[in-house]
Design a protein around this ligand. Structure first.
Ligand code: HXC
Length: 283
C-alpha cells in the first residue's frame, strides 16, 4: 500500500533545517519542499548547500541555502534574519546539524569535546532561542523538532560528547515545551536509530561485520529508510500533531529495546534450542 500525505500539507510553512545540505537534513529538506514548504537550509560547507538547493528547485520546490557555523551565536542570529529576509517569517525549525565521532574518552581532548557539544547542544539552543523569541514577540505559533539519538536513554561507550549533548537537547525540549506551550509553540525530538548516510556511517561504522551484528539485534532486522524518518518529521511539523509537545519520538525498528535489555541476547538462539534451555531450567 502506498503511504502518502496530502501533497501540499506543508504549503504555508517556512521551514529552517540546520545542517540541511547533507545526510538526513538533506532528505528532510527535500521532502518538506516536495510537500509544499519553503525551505531554508544552513550549513558550514557551501557545496552541499548549493547542490541541495539546486536539487529542490529542479524538482519545483522553494529553497534557499545560507552558510552557517551553528557554534557561533551571532552567526545563528544573522542566519535566521537572512532566512526571513529571503522567504518571510520562519514558521518551523529543525535542529539537525550535528557532529559526532568515536573516541575512547580517556583520549578525548577538550577541543574534541567542545566541537561536538557546541555544535549539538549550543547550536540547537541558539537556533531554538532565535526563532522562539521571534514567535513570542510576534504572537505566532510555531513548532520545533530536534534530531537526537536513542543512546540518550542508556548512554553509549565511545560517544560521550554526542550522548551528553543530545540528552541535553532532550531536556531543553521538555523544559521549553512546558515554558512555551502557552504561546502555542510545540517542541519535540526525533531519536533515530540507524539511518545510513555517507557522513555518519563512515565515521561511526568502522567494520561491515559490526554493521551486520547491529542489524541482527534490531527487531525489524533492517536499517531505516530516510523516507520513514522524513514522514515522521512531516507529521511533527504539520498541524496533524497539534497535541504533541515535549515528546521524544523514537524511530529505530525497536533497536533500543533490544540493546538495553539484559537478556535480549537470548533471542539469538534458535527457537527450539531456546525452548529446550528454558524447559531444562524449570523445576
Ligand atoms: C578524536 C577528534 C576526531 C576524531 C575531531 N577531533 N575528530 N578527536 N577522534 N575522530 C577533535 C580534533 O582533534 C580537535 O581537537 C577537535 O576535535 C576539533 O576538530 P577539527 O578537526 O577542528 O574539526 P571541527 O571542524 O571542529 O569539527 C569536528 C567534527 C566535524 C564536529 C567532528 O567532523 C563535523 O562537523 N562533523 C559533522 C558531520 C557528522 O559527524 N555528522 C554525523 C552526526 S551523526 P584538538 O584537541 O586536536 O584541537 C550522529 C548520529 C549517530 O550523531 C547515530 C548513529 C547510529
Amino acid at each position: 500500500m502506498e503511504k502518502h500525505f496530502q501533497p501540499d500539507i506543508l504549503k504555508d510553512l517556512h521551514v529552517v533545517v540546520t545542517g540541511g545540505g547533507s545526510g538526513l537534513g538533506r532528505s528532510m529538506a527535500m521532502r518538506f519542499a516536495e510537500l509544499g514548504a519553503a525551505v531554508t537550509i544552513g550549513g558550514r560547507r557551501p557545496e552541499p548547500l548549493a547542490e541541495t538547493v539546486a536539487a529542490i528547485r529542479e524538482a519545483g520546490g522553494r529553497a534557499e541555502g545560507i552558510e552557517l557555523n551553528i557554534r557561533e551565536v551571532e552567526a545563528v542570529e544573522t542566519f535566521i534574519a537572512e532566512a526571513e529576509k529571503r522567504q518571510g517569517n520562519v514558521t518551523r525549525l529543525v535542529n539537525n546539524a550535528a557532529g559526532n565521532f568515536l573516541a575512547p574518552t580517556d583520549q578525548l581532548s577538550p577541543n574534541g569535546f567542545d566541537a561536538i557539544v557546541k555544535t549539538n547542544l549550543y547550536g540547537s539552543f541558539y537556533a531554538t532561542q532565535a526563532v522562539g523569541k521571534r514567535w513570542i514577540e510576534r504572537q505566532e505559533h510555531g513548532a520545533i523538532i530536534s534530531i537526537t539519538t536513542t543512546y540518550t536513554q542508556f548512554g553509549s561507550a565511545f560517544l560521550i560528547p554526542s550522548a551528553a549533548s543530545k540528552a541535553g537537547i532532550e531536556a531543553m525540549t521538555k523544559s521549553l515545551a512546558a515554558e512555551w506551550g502557552c504561546y502555542g509553540i510545540r517542541l519535540n525530538c526525533i531519536a533515530p536509530g540507524p539511518f545510513p548516510t555517507p557522513g555518519a556511517w563512515e565515521r561511526l561504522m568502522p567494520d561491515p561485520k559490526l554493521e551486520a551484528k547491529m542489524m541482527n539485534r534490531i527487531p525489524l532486522k533492517r536499517h531505516g529508510e530516510h523516507r520513514e524518518l522524513t514522514d515522521l518529521a512531516t507529521f511533527l511539523l504539520s498541524d496533524i500533531s497539534s497535541y504533541c509537545t515535549g515528546a521524544v519520538f523514537t524511530i529505530d525498528g525497536g533497536e533500543v529495546l533490544t540493546s538495553g535489555g539484559e537478556f535480549n541476547f537470548l533471542t539469538e538462539l534458535p527457537r527450539e534450542q531456546m525452548l529446550a534451555a528454558f524447559s531444562k531450567m524449570r523445576k
